[in-house]
Design a binder for this molecule. Structure first.
Ligand SMILES: Nc1ncnc2c1ncn2[C@@H]1O[C@H](COP(=O)(O)OP(=O)(O)OP(=O)(O)O)[C@@H](O)[C@H]1O
Length: 274
């Protein structure tokens, strides 16, 4: 099971948004996609999920161009949780998670007790079983976010694509959710903003900047003081553990303004860069 982007570019509104991005999401890994606002993380996730077509290059799912596979076939292998996923429907928390079973329902294969079991396990996994019967519009942002993840888990995918999955979550649920995702043993690619969380949970990190992939590798190789300065415009100190772990402390200096800084150099800490 493998998901690959091969030299993908994507344009919208007359602008090139992604430029020549190539990466493999390796089987069983947790790949973090990091980068500043507007660097192309969401656009890349949309191409990887097959909901947008690259202008050039291709996305391969198990070696097959994703655009040639049917939606149901893709949905059985890959689940996407979008950044601002919403529903206008008047549904309950449980019904939101039940939507994850849609790719498996057919006239000769209707809803079964097994689907109920899967939905309950997903609700339990995201700590939402107690709110199963609550209406969607009465739930908080964090509760809705957990249900989106629950819906994706109920989809029983082998690949999980998450666009800022910890949005709206308190710190306990942020850590709990990333830990939960990691423990599923799935292949995961997640756009993340918190670099310490990315370092804690991801096997590898892909760094996006200006629509390009500028670094790819283990967190301790990619997250260097130089990379954080060049890509995010922020000064930091990094504690590297002997076990490959790293912890980033941001340095606040008066008068330092990340906004407006134009970063032209590629990250010097590139590992396995394309
Ligand atoms: N449909 C579109 N039409 C025009 N521009 C777009 C479109 N979609 C994305 N963009 C632009 O492409 C750039 C990359 O957007 P994208 O959402 O992929 O970035 P991101 O890294 O996910 O950002 P964030 O961290 O803010 O979520 C942004 O400048 C955005 O305004």
């Amino acid at each position: 099971m493998m998901l690959s982007a091969r030299n993908v570019s994507w344009a919208a509104g007359g602008a090139e948004i992604l430029r020549d991005v190539s990466l493999d999401v390796r089987s069983g890994e947790f790949l973090g996609i990091i980068g500043p606002n507007g660097s192309g993380k969401t656009s890349l996730m949309a191409l990887l999920a097959g909901i947008r077509k690259p202008k050039s290059g291709e996305v391969l799912l198990d070696g097959v161009p994703i655009g040639t596979l049917g939606r149901r076939e893709v949905a059985r292998r890959l689940a996407l949780v979008e950044q601002q996923a919403e529903t206008g429907e008047r549904i309950t928390a449980r019904q939101a998670v039940e939507l994850g079973r849609t790719p498996y329902l057919e006239p000769l294969s209707p809803w079964s007790p097994e689907d109920d079991t899967i939905v309950e396990a997903a609700l339990q996994n995201v700590d939402m079983l107690h709110l199963s019967s609550r209406l969607w519009h009465t739930l908080s942002g964090g509760e809705r976010q957990r249900l989106h993840i629950g819906r994706a888990l109920a989809q029983h995918p082998r690949i999980l694509l998450l666009d800022e999955p910890t949005n709206h979550l308190d710190i306990g649920h942020q850590i709990g959710l990333l830990d939960l995702v990691r423990r599923q043993g799935l292949t995961v690619a997640a756009a993340l903003h918190d670099l310490n969380h990315a370092a804690m949970f991801c096997d590898r990190l892909a760094v996006m900047q200006g629509g390009q992939l500028v670094a790819l590798g283990a967190p301790s190789d990619v997250l260097t003081v130089e990379c954080i300065r060049e890509v995010f415009g922020v000064e930091a100190e990094i504690d590297q553990g002997s076990d490959g772990s790293c912890f980033i402390r941001y340095i606040h200096s008066h008068g330092f303004a990340p906004y407006g800084i134009i970063v032209r150099e590629r990250c010097t800490a590139e590992v396995d860069c394309t």
